[in-house]
Design a protein around this ligand. Sequence first.
Ligand SMILES: [Zn+2]
Length: 287
Amino acid sequence: MADSGILDTLREGILVADGAMGTMLESAGLKPGMCPELWNVENADAVTGVHRGYADAGADVVLSNTFGASRPKLERYDLGERVAEINAAAVALVRSIGGPFVAASVGPSGKILEPYGDASVAELSEAFEEQMTGCRDADIIWVETMTDIGEARAAVDAAKRATDLPIALTFTYDDTPSGPRTMMGVTPEAAAAEIGDVAVLGVNCGTMDGCMAALQAYRDAGAEMPLVARANAGLPKWEHGRTVFPEGPAAYAESVRPLKEIAGIIGGCCGTTPAHIAAVAAVVREG
Ligand SMILES: [Zn+2]
């Protein structure tokens, strides 16, 4: 599968991406307060097991366990000096399962940009560049869960300096009466207009309806690149002191059907499991 590039393969049909990582690692024993990305080094078998579960479910694209592996995030665990090691190890774990395309997940830095916070665009971009340099053996840099145009810009520019890999960029929107808006007030139209220089654009971590609306808004704004959608498994509920996403594999996969008209890559976000992805793969591949 990975013999030709991911962008070539995308021209031939819809690809299936994987689902949630965090909740899968919790099932494998990750406790609150532990650094999920340190497991790429210290509990590699558990991480590889999650990747293999998604690959066996039919995922064509598997994201590395590097969502929070930028220096500002790792510093919270006193691991700021291990950015290169942790990212390279994570990418190698996905590669080791063979088959799926390796997408290097890059989540928000956790810093707030000036003037609301104290971080500069240059500082964030440098942190992303350091992380992405560690991910250069991936097939695609996968910037996700973005809510701020400035931070997304910093990440995309960093990816171009760090590697020659294609870039996927996904924003996270809330459903509002006037349509999808990120926490920072960004519309999909603005995202598409201001950051059109990516190979794949999309949305993750929202409702299925919100994903559909955002992808349509990207197209309406003139975005012509392949689009990606990774929704949560229904609306979050608070149960027994923790957030749960209640939608089961069959219902989730059924709700994916309209996305086949517009998306090039379909996967899952919070609450999705290999069973959800197996059901999605069946819907995507039914022709
Ligand atoms: Zn999510």
